[in-house]
Design a protein around this ligand. Structure first.
Ligand code: CTP
Ligand code: CA
Length: 229
């Protein structure tokens, strides 16, 4: 799929994309985080802008330059990501959750740097579960006809294959589409290329062969557009 000059088939549409990985701070210098680079979310934002959409990109700890013609909101924690996505979603025709929110946050946060104990002991970190943004915006739709997309990075395990786990996650979240990535080798993180299967709540299965993150982004917007009223 090559698009020299993109067709403005998303013009008049307002979309929200989240990207990157959230951080949950233990103290002013340490955090729990993940390996998300933000590349796929930025590719989604660029592709939507190229197709004429008004794009809000909620970026969590991404070091990439702002895409041209895109409104970028920067956040750090899952709570901040939730607030930014929920408020941007209020006026959106589509929301794509490409970000990797930290699932857990430390129950307590120290305002000063945590110091080592002299006796060689290590602190125990108690964690609390973060809110599920995708499930929240899917279950409390901001407007009728809004198309909501999630991602599922899966390795497959004793309970199911990558695709089975993706299908179950789609149902659990209540979104319209889920982009399933096989991350068994840890290869997608920071990589230029991506390969995925896009599953629809309507039963649609779209295989996207290994290609650029931009090509996957366009394939995702094709599926979103097909479901817009
Ligand atoms: N997601 C979210 N809020 C969270 C966690 C995840 O909105 N607190 C979104 C992600 O942006 C992604 C989708 O949900 O689009 C799936 O993320 P994933 O981490 O695979 O799902 P989890 O429900 O956290 O399940 P798991 O236990 O497999 O991590
Ligand atoms: Ca998770």
């Amino acid at each position: 799929l090559s698009r020299g000059v993109a067709t403005p088939d998303l013009s008049g549409k307002s979309v929200v994309v989240s990207a990157g990985g959230t951080r949950e701070y233990l103290d002013p210098v340490r955090f729990l985080g993940n390996r998300s680079s933000g590349l796929q979310g930025y590719a989604l934002a660029r592709a939507a802008a190229a197709r004429g959409a008004e794009v809000t990109l909620v970026a969590a700890n991404v070091t990439l330059p702002d895409p041209a013609g895109v409104k970028v909101l920067r956040v750090e924690t899952t709570a901040q990501l939730r607030d930014a996505v929920v408020s941007a979603a209020a006026g959106a025709d589509a929301v794509v959750m490409a970000a990797a929110p930290a699932d857990f946050r430390p129950v307590s946060h120290s305002d000063t740097k945590i110091k080592k104990a002299d006796d060689g002991s290590a602190p125990a970190i108690e964690l609390a579960q973060n809110p599920d943004i995708l499930a929240e915006i899917s279950h409390d739709r901001a407007r009728g006809g809004q198309v909501i997309v999630g991602f599922a990075a899966e390795t497959g395990d004793a309970t199911g294959t990558v695709l089975e786990l993706g299908r179950a996650k789609l149902a659990r979240k209540g979104c319209d589409l889920i982009v399933v990535n096989d991350v068994s080798g840890g290869a997608v993180f920071g990589a230029a290329d991506n390969q995925a299967v896009i599953l629809g709540a309507d039963g649609a299965v779209t295989d996207v062969p290994l290609g650029s993150k931009g090509a996957l982004a366009h394939a995702i917007w094709d599926q979103v557009l097909a479901r817009m009223p």
